[in-house]
Design a protein around this ligand. Structure first.
Ligand SMILES: [Zn+2]
Length: 164
């Protein structure tokens, strides 16, 4: 699947809940895992492949493939940590982002089973980044606004050059 890049409107939309976990949704999840691995990513949200759905996939440092459908972060730690993030939709840009160290997330998995997961460290980081995508939020929204403006300008310029 093609990963959409910064500047495309779907990345800024609030995604819609998945109404039913059909074979089509399961096929989409499979394709998203394949795309994520092919692009050398650790997480991928449906809006990044042009699907306006509340669903994302993660394969963090524990190597476990996890799909989160209609997720909700139900708890976050007071403790915050800074960590360098990147995004397949904003290639070659890496910036420090501050987020809670630990989270509890609830979601449905691809079999429709409700899961509750306590995550910390890198996994918690990836889940929070992907979760943001479902609300049209990108990691550059959480950095210094001047830096963000520079990055956006760069990508808009690139998009304009492509069109020209
Ligand atoms: Zn991202």
């Amino acid at each position: 699947m093609k990963v959409v890049r910064l500047g495309e409107e779907i990345l800024r939309q609030k995604a819609e809940p998945v109404a039913e976990i059909t074979d089509e949704i399961r096929a989409l999840i499979r394709d998203m895992f394949d795309t994520m691995v092919a692009e050398d990513g650790v997480g991928l949200a449906a809006p990044q492949v042009g699907k306006n759905l509340r669903l994302f996939v993660v394969k963090a440092d524990d190597g476990i493939e996890r799909a989160f459908i209609n997720p909700q972060i139900i708890a976050t730690s007071q403790e915050l940590v800074s960590y360098e993030e990147g995004c397949l939709s904003i290639p070659k840009i890496y910036e420090e982002v501050v987020r809670p160290e630990k989270i509890t997330v609830q979601a449905l998995n691809e079999r429709g089973r409700r899961i509750t997961l306590d995550a910390d460290g890198f996994l918690a980081r990836v889940i929070q980044h992907e979760y943001d995508h479902l609300d049209g939020v990108l990691f550059i929204d959480r950095i210094d606004p001047a830096k963000k403006a520079k990055i956006e300008q760069k990508f808009l310029k690139k998009a304009a050059e492509k069109e020209a």
